[in-house]
Design a protein around this ligand. Structure first.
Ligand code: ADP
Length: 552
C-alpha cells in the first residue's frame, strides 16, 4: 500500500510539474512573441520616418546589432537588406507580409526558420512612396525554448522528483502507519480514519460471527467427543483416501493402535489383511458387516460407506467388542450340555431301578431298598434343578427380592441352626463369632451364599473337624469368613472351583450329593450383592472362604 501511494504521489507530482512547466513556457512564449511583434512595429515606424526623410541613406546609421531590416521596392525587388546581399536576393513581392503591406499599408507574417527550433516574425510597412520597409526578428519556438532550457529543467525535475518522493514517502507512511497499528482484535476501539470506520464495524461484526461459529463448532465437537468417548464401541470416520478423520479411544484399544496427533491412514492402525479388505470394500461403496478377530478380542465390524454426489467420500466404521457375549454364549452352550449330562445320570438310575422293579426282578423284601435309591436319585435331581433355577435367575439378574436391614450374626446363627443335624451326622462342630453387625442387603441371596459356603464346609470337612463362621467389621467393609478343617483345595484348583460344574474330585462330590453348582451360585450371588469372595486353602488342613461386603 505504501508503494502504491508513493507511486501515485510521484506520478501526480511529475505530471503537475510537466504540465506547469509546459503551461509556463507556453504563456511566456506567447507573451514574449507579442512583445517582440510590438517592438518590430515600433522599430519599423521609427525607421520609416528616417527612410521617408533620407531615403536609402537612412540605413547607413543602422547599428550592427539592429534587427534585420529589408527595404523592398514597389515591384518586390529588394533594395536593401542589412543581413544579406540585396543583389542576390529573390523578389519579395509574393511574401505574405509584403503583399499585405502593399495592399493594406502594413502586414505581418510568421515563418519557421530553416532550423526547426526557431521562427521568424516579419512586420512590413508601406511607405508613402509605395516601397515597403520590413523589419524581422527571430525567436525560439517552444521546442527550441525547451531545448535551450533542458539542463536547468532536468535539474529542477530531478530535484522536484526527489522532493516529491521524499514527501510521498512521508505522507504514505503517515497514512499507512495508523492502519498498520490497528488493533483488529478490538476493531471498534480504533479511532483512526472516519473513512475506515464502516470497514472496522464490518470486521467487528464478522469477527463476532466467526467467534460464534467457532464456539458452536467447538461445542458440537465436544458433544460429539463426549458421546463417542463414552461409547464402548469403537468408532472411526475416514475419508476416501483411508485417512482417519475422527475416532474414539475404544477404536484405538480394539484396533491395537497408539494415540497419534498426526493424521494417518486407518491401514496403519491395524495391518491385518482381513481388516484392510473390509476398508477396501467399504470405500468401494459396499456396506460390510462381519466378525473379525482383533488381537485376543472377537469383534463385529459394521462399515458403512458415506456418499456425496453419488460418489464415495468416506466411511464410518463401528467396531463392537463381542468377546464377552461370545464367551457368555459359549458358557451357556457348555452349561446346557453339562446340565443335560448331569440330569441324565440320576434319570438313568431312576429309570433303571423302576424298570427292574416293574420287570419283577426285585424280591419283595428288596423293594424298599430300591425305592430308597429312586428317592435319593430323585432328591439329587430336585437339588440339581433347584440349583440350575437359582443360577439362571442370578444370571439374568431379574430377582424380585428387596433390600432389607439384616443382622448378620442372627442370619449366620439361623443358617448354622439349619445345618446342625447334618453337622452332627458328619461329626462337625459349628462355631459362630463376631458382633451383631447390621447391614442393608438382599437377605435371601446372602442367605443362599452363606448356606452354600457352610454346606461345603460340612461336606468337605473331616470327622471331628470344626466349622467356624466369623463376622468382622473392617474399614468400609464387612467380612464374613467360613473356615473349615477339611480336605482343602489344591492351589491349582482354587480359581476354578467357582466355575459351573467344576469339581476337584468328581466322584467324591457326587457321592456326597454335590451338584458342582454351589460355588458358582456363591460367585454370582456375591456379584449381585456387590461383594467379593476370596478363598484360602491348604491341602489336608482346611479352607477359608471369605465374603467381603462393601459398607452400605
Ligand atoms: P459341589 O456341589 O460339588 O460341592 P461346589 O461348586 O460347591 O460344588 O464346589 C465345587 C468344588 O470345589 C467341589 O466339588 C469341591 O471339590 C471343592 N470345594 C468346595 N468347597 C470346598 C471346601 N470347603 N473344602 C474343600 N473343597 C471344596
Amino acid at each position: 500500500m505504501t508503494k502504491r501511494i508513493l507511486r501515485s504521489i510521484l506520478l501526480v507530482a511529475v505530471l503537475v510539474l510537466a504540465a506547469s512547466t509546459g503551461a509556463t513556457l507556453g504563456i511566456l512564449y506567447y507573451h514574449f512573441g507579442g512583445q517582440l511583434e510590438e517592438e518590430l512595429r515600433r522599430e519599423a515606424s521609427y525607421l520609416s520616418v528616417s527612410v521617408e526623410k533620407e531615403g536609402i541613406e537612412a540605413f547607413d546609421d543602422l547599428p550592427a546589432d539592429a534587427e534585420r531590416v529589408t527595404y523592398i521596392d514597389t515591384d518586390g525587388t529588394v533594395l536593401f537588406d542589412n543581413r544579406a546581399d540585396e543583389n542576390g536576393m529573390e523578389n519579395h513581392g509574393d511574401r505574405e507580409e509584403v503583399k499585405e503591406a502593399l495592399e493594406q499599408g502594413s502586414g505581418r507574417a510568421v515563418r519557421n526558420s530553416d532550423t526547426l527550433s526557431q521562427r521568424t516574425l516579419y512586420y512590413a510597412l508601406r511607405l508613402s512612396d509605395g516601397k515597403v520597409l520590413r523589419v524581422s526578428s527571430t525567436q525560439y519556438n517552444i521546442p527550441g525554448l525547451l531545448g535551450g532550457m533542458i539542463q536547468p529543467l532536468l535539474i529542477i525535475l530531478i530535484l522536484m522528483a526527489a522532493l516529491s518522493a521524499w514527501i510521498a514517502y512521508r505522507v504514505s507512511r503517515g497514512i499507512v502507519e495508523p492502519i498498520n497499528q490497528l488493533d483488529l482484535d478490538h476493531p471498534e476501539d480504533n479511532q483512526v480514519y472516519d473513512e475506515i470506520a464502516p470497514l472496522l464495524t464490518k470486521i467487528n461484526r464478522q469477527q463476532k460471527q466467526i467467534r460464534r461459529e467457532i464456539a458452536d463448532a467447538k461445542r458440537q465437537q465436544e458433544e460429539f467427543s463426549i458421546i463417542t468417548e463414552n461409547m464402548e464401541e469403537g468408532f472411526v470416520i475416514l475419508d476416501v483416501h483411508t485417512e482417519v478423520l475422527s475416532y474414539n479411544s475404544s477404536a484405538l484399544k480394539l484396533l491395537g493402535a497408539e494415540e497419534s496427533r498426526e493424521r494417518r491412514s486407518i491401514l496403519a492402525m491395524n495391518r491385518s489383511q482381513e481388516f484392510q479388505r473390509i476398508v477396501e470394500q467399504v470405500l468401494s461403496g459396499r456396506h460390510v458387516i462381519t466378525m473379525l478377530e482383533l488381537g485376543d478380542r472377537s469383534c463385529q465390524i459394521a462399515a458403512n460407506p458415506v456418499f456425496h454426489d453419488n460418489e464415495v467420500s468416506g466411511a464410518v466404521l463401528l467396531i463392537l467388542d463381542m468377546t464377552e457375549r461370545m464367551k457368555g454364549e459359549q458358557m451357556r452352550r457348555e452349561f446346557t450340555a453339562n446340565v443335560s449330562h448331569e440330569l441324565k445320570t440320576p434319570l438313568t438310575s431312576i429309570s433303571g431301578f423302576a424298570e427292574i422293579i416293574s420287570d419283577g426282578f426285585v424280591k419283595p423284601e428288596d423293594t424298599r431298598k430300591f425305592a430308597g435309591r429312586i428317592f435319593k436319585e430323585a432328591q439329587r435331581l430336585i437339588t440339581l434343578v433347584n440349583d440350575v433355577i437359582k443360577i439362571s435367575q442370578l444370571d439374568e439378574g431379574k430377582l424380585p427380592y428387596e433390600r432389607e436391614e439384616t443382622d448378620l450374626y442372627e442370619l449366620c446363627r439361623e443358617i448354622l441352626r439349619r445345618m446342625e443335624e447334618r453337622a452332627s451326622a458328619a461329626g462337625v462342630h459349628l462355631y459362630l463369632k463376631g458382633p451383631h453387625k447390621k447391614i442393608t442387603t438382599v437377605q435371601t441371596i446372602l442367605d443362599e451364599v452363606l448356606n452354600n459356603l457352610c454346606d461345603n464346609g460340612i461336606k468337605y470337612n473331616k470327622k471331628g473337624g470344626n466349622l467356624t463362621v466369623t463376622i468382622e467389621e473392617g474399614e468400609g467393609e464387612t467380612r464374613i469368613s467360613v473356615e473349615d478343617q477339611g480336605i482343602g483345595i489344591p492351589a491349582e484348583d482354587q480359581k476354578r472351583v467357582f466355575e459351573r460344574f467344576y469339581r476337584v474330585d468328581k466322584s467324591h462330590s457326587k457321592a456326597i450329593g454335590g451338584t458342582g453348582l454351589g460355588l458358582s451360585i456363591v460367585k454370582h450371588g456375591a456379584m449381585y450383592l456387590g461383594a467379593e469372595v476370596k478363598v484360602e486353602s491348604t491341602l489336608g488342613k482346611g479352607s477359608t472362604f471369605t465374603l467381603v461386603l462393601p459398607e452400605q
